[in-house]
Design a protein around this ligand. Structure first.
Ligand SMILES: [Zn+2]
Length: 183
């Protein structure tokens, strides 16, 4: 009797299915630890549904719908989840793809790259190195000098306008006063 139970137990503990998520793309991220992590509950409250879907479920916003696609203000694009600075407006360009595109990173180590084989394609996924938020993908058809095109979802980004704190950006004083929307 007890032997049978033990056998039953072993059978049950077999990893029948390792899939811990049910994304239609089948692109489940393997568990990986990042320097910064947030409780999913907190993120669901703090982020919009689209921001949550893109950054936490590796979603993609529809082309030409993101708020930063044609955004041209001077400043810095941060990770919407953890606030890490990722891209500068200096490296933003109009790729015509419908997503914000950058040809360079603010700091090499701020974004992590990984192979992404979802949808039967091989692409390079870009992820925030701090919190693991999904950002978008990296392609090799960008402009000179880097030849890189970081194709990033607006929903993964938070924009911080260049302010007086950032030294040389004092020319755009008009934007600074209206930058903070106080309620
Ligand atoms: Zn982040």
């Amino acid at each position: 009797m007890s032997g049978f139970n033990l056998l039953h137990l072993i059978t049950k503990s077999q990893p029948v299915s390792l899939r811990s998520c049910s994304l239609p793309s089948g692109a489940c991220r393997s568990k990986k630890t990042w320097p910064v992590s947030f409780p999913q509950e907190e993120l669901r409250k703090r982020l919009t549904p689209k921001q949550f879907h893109v950054t936490q479920e590796r979603g993609t916003e529809s082309a030409f719908t993101g708020e930063f696609t044609y955004h041209k203000d001077e400043g810095t694009y941060h990770c919407v989840v953890c606030g890490a600075p990722l891209f500068s407006s200096d490296s933003k360009f109009d790729s015509g793809s419908g997503w914000p595109s950058f040809f360079d990173l603010l700091k090499e180590e701020s974004v992590s790259l990984a192979d992404d084989f979802s949808y039967g394609l091989h692409r390079v996924e870009t992820t925030c190195s701090q919190c693991g938020a999904h950002l978008g993908h990296l392609f090799d058809d960008g402009p000179k000098p880097t030849g890189k095109r970081y194709c990033i979802n607006s929903a993964s980004l938070a924009f911080q306008a260049a302010g007086p704190d950032e030294g040389r950006a004092s020319a755009s004083s008009g934007a600074a006063t209206s930058g903070k929307g106080d309620l």
